[in-house]
Design a protein around this ligand. Structure first.
Ligand SMILES: *Cc1c(COP(=O)(O)O)cnc(C)c1O
Length: 358
């Protein structure tokens, strides 16, 4: 191994959670990865230490000006006991495109991947095996230099924490369930020239208001529209959105306001491999709703690491509710889920070369 991370093991290992009642992101493993960056030394002192609180100076710039970023990926245990990561090189690349936008130093891609592998290896016994469960991996970087002033910091921390997770959305059998989505016409998530393509906390803080509004309307998530015309569909909550109209599978193009999802990229690759009619193009909400009224809107689903594929059964626009298909899980969403989840867990042959063994 090129990088030599020190390992300090916990003296107080925690009890592992019951795999039957796992929810998303509530419990954390025994260890975490940490590494520092300074102007003089660059990235240095990579270490695996017991999971626990981080001491921060109250003037740490992340607490005031939010110079930070995060990533998300998963580790799965296969039936024959191997541990698989899904396309971690893509998370490493996206880290650097986010960092570039946020004036955070670049990180060698192999350093990112080796750090993920090292900490997952130490906590390998925490990877749950039950259907629909996995170990969620959360790498993040923040500016911890103590200063009050708006400029890029001279000191950062890179951390990785791990959380054994169950299904993102509650379902009785661990399988897919269809969600209701509220079409948000007032609040926006991203603007051209902004940080919509970067995985940064501020994007999510700014989305909470719309998320609460959607919950009041009985919906799980928000469908974001573009910030200029409030007309073109962009994303669903913290995932990418796909619409199937008259046999054409449509998702928004990566034009700066969309997060370039790794699940989105994988879904596009599978659909193209299957010879399906796929378009990355702008799509108006009015065309989606019209197709819905005319019975031409076949499916809507969202894609992201946390839930993999989340089918949408209903769209709520102003005070009207539009049922999609029979309101349940669509055929394509189901096929994509079983293929992707199958590859991720080693049950379906990975002819795309996406999985990486620990
Ligand atoms: C993380 C994220 C996605 C999904 O990206 P994946 O790499 O597929 O997990 C989509 N949209 C937003 C806003 C996100 O934060």
């Amino acid at each position: 191994m090129k990088y030599n991370f020190t390992i300090q093991r916990t003296t107080a290992p925690k009890q592992k959670p019951n795999p039957d009642t796992l929810r998303f992101g509530k419990q954390f493993t025994d260890h975490m990865f940490m590494m520092d960056w300074s102007t003089e030394k660059g990235w240095h002192d990579g270490r695996i230490i017991p999971y626990g609180p981080i001491a921060l100076d109250p003037a740490a710039s992340v607490l005031h000006y939010s110079q930070q970023m995060f990533e998300g990926l998963k580790a799965y245990k296969t039936e024959d006991g191997r541990i698989l990561l899904f396309r971690p090189d893509m998370n490493a690349k996206r880290t650097n495109s986010t960092n570039e936008r946020m004036c955070i130093p670049q990180m060698p891609e192999d350093l990112f991947v080796e750090a993920v592998k090292a900490v997952v290896d130490v906590d390998r016994d925490w990877i749950p095996e039950k259907f629909g469960t996995s170990l969620y991996i959360r790498p993040f970087i923040f500016a911890d230099e103590a200063f009050l002033g708006v400029h890029a910091a001279h000191h950062y921390k890179f951390c990785i924490i791990l959380s054994p997770v169950g299904p993102y959305y509650e379902s009785s059998d661990g399988g897919l369930t269809a969600n209701s989505i509220f079409v948000e016409q007032h609040y926006v998530r991203a603007v051209p020239g902004g940080t919509g393509f970067a995985k940064v906390g501020g994007n999510y803080a700014g989305s909470l208001k719309a998320q609460e509004k959607a919950a009041e309307k009985g919906c799980e998530q928000v469908l974001w529209l573009d910030s200029i015309e409030h007309d073109y569909v962009e994303e669903i909550g913290t995932s990418n959105a796909f619409f199937v109209i008259d046999g054409e599978i449509i998702t928004a193009p990566l034009a700066g306001t969309i997060l370039p999802g790794i699940t989105r990229n994988s879904v596009l690759a599978l659909l193209r491999k299957w010879g399906m009619n796929v378009s990355e193009r702008r799509l108006k909400i009015s065309d989606v709703l019209k197709a819905g009224e005319e019975g031409r809107l076949q499916e809507v689903f969202a894609t992201g690491t946390a839930a993999v594929i989340s089918p949408v059964g209903r769209l709520v626009f102003e005070d009207k509710s539009f049922t999609i298909g029979n309101g349940g899980v669509g055929e394509l969403a189901n096929k994509l889920y079983s293929t992707l989840y199958g590859i991720q867990t080693g049950k379906v042959e990975d002819d795309m070369g996406w999985t990486v063994s620990l």
